[in-house]
Design a protein around this ligand. Structure first.
Ligand SMILES: [Zn+2]
Ligand SMILES: [Zn+2]
Length: 336
């Protein structure tokens, strides 16, 4: 079967690999559509520590082709999406229902072979059936949307809040829609014109081009000097965190959902004096995933507008190029 195998930094090859053999409580899935995520790019560039060779990919929609005998929840032919971080089930965090924090969780496409292939296997407990109303490419968007669902949940009740969203990538644009729909007014900041334009279309109250304005000044002006209720960092940069501390209002909150490399120098007294709440948000819970499927099925969130490019799996090299060298596109989908 055909798979995109990464052998080292910037070395992706299309190869025939052995079909994964599902073991107990695992299902084998034929991949219909898979989204390229920032982390796949990091793996391809060699910024993320992984064992090569590796098949990346974790945003996946497909259908079940084989189930283990004991599994009764899924059957062959079911259209499904994979929740791609597999908790160990037995540590105290998994037992608390916090499998997103499991220290030994297995990440599909990072720790084990992922879905940039014709077939992928996954534990049945992390495979969700989806209804027919959700297309394959929409199914591939369930995972990033679940990340956004959690981030918005972390900010508490968005109703009537002023939100500054730093970063208009896929997670940012999904977060934007959720925050807006739940009653927040969102200012989107990014440095890519295409993302800002889409952000405006998807309901941003203001869009700010970081290259063209003094962001902090502009934000303070827009809020009449009061500052922002909730800043959501979805750019994965470190400078944005310093900015967030500057523009958040006293008693406000900063939600960190991006994963920046490097460190930030934060003056602790600013956090104390302003009583700033800093809240991390990592991947999703089962419930975030369930809601994400529901939101797409109900047509509440526009995921299709984010899909700017589609490639057959054979052209995965081109797909990576779009997101890196060309720095174009928002969500790129590959279809095996
Ligand atoms: Zn992802
Ligand atoms: Zn665990």
């Amino acid at each position: 079967l055909l798979a995109a195998v990464i052998h080292g930094p910037k070395d992706v090859r299309l190869e025939e690999i052995k079909k994964p053999q599902p073991e107990d409580e695992e299902v084998l899935i034929r991949v219909n559509a898979a989204g390229i995520c920032g982390s796949d790019i990091h793996i391809w560039k060699g910024n993320l520590e992984v064992h090569y060779p590796l098949v990346p990919g974790h945003e996946c929609c497909g259908h079940v082709v084989q189930v283990s005998e004991r599994d009764t929840t899924l059957k062959e032919g079911d259209r499904v999406v994979i929740q791609p971080n597999f908790g160990c089930t037995s540590c105290y965090l998994c037992r608390m229902g916090k499998d997103n924090l499991c220290p030994s969780k297995v990440r599909l496409g990072v720790d084990i072979d992922g879905c940039f292939a014709e077939y992928v296997k996954a534990p049945a407990r992390y495979v969700w059936p989806i209804p027919d109303e959700i297309s394959d490419q929409q199914g591939a968007m369930v995972e990033p949307l679940a990340v956004a669902v959690r981030a918005v949940r972390k900010m508490g009740n968005p109703l009537g809040k002023r939100v500054l969203l730093l970063g208009g990538g896929p997670i940012g644009l999904l977060t934007l829609q959720l925050a807006k729909q739940t009653g927040a007014a969102v200012i989107l900041a990014d440095l890519v014109e295409e993302r800002l334009a889409l952000g405006r279309k998807l309901g941003a109250r203001e869009v700010l081009d970081v290259n063209k304005c003094d962001l902090a000044k502009r934000v303070m002006w827009l809020t009449k000097g009061e500052g922002i209720d909730v800043v959501i960092e979805a750019a994965g940069a470190t400078q944005t965190i310093e900015l967030a501390i500057e523009v958040v209002r006293p008693g406000g909150m900063i939600v960190l959902v991006g994963l920046p490399h490097g460190t930030v120098r934060i003056p602790p007294t600013r956090i104390v004096r302003k009583e700033i709440e800093i809240q991390g948000s990592i991947i999703y819970s089962y419930d975030d995933f369930r809601q994400s499927i529901w939101l797409i099925r109900e047509g509440m969130i526009d995921v299709d507008s984010l899909i700017t490019h589609k490639f057959p799996l054979k052209e995965i090299g081109k797909a990576f190029d779009v997101l890196t060298t060309a720095r174009k596109g928002i969500k790129v989908i590959v279809k095996p």
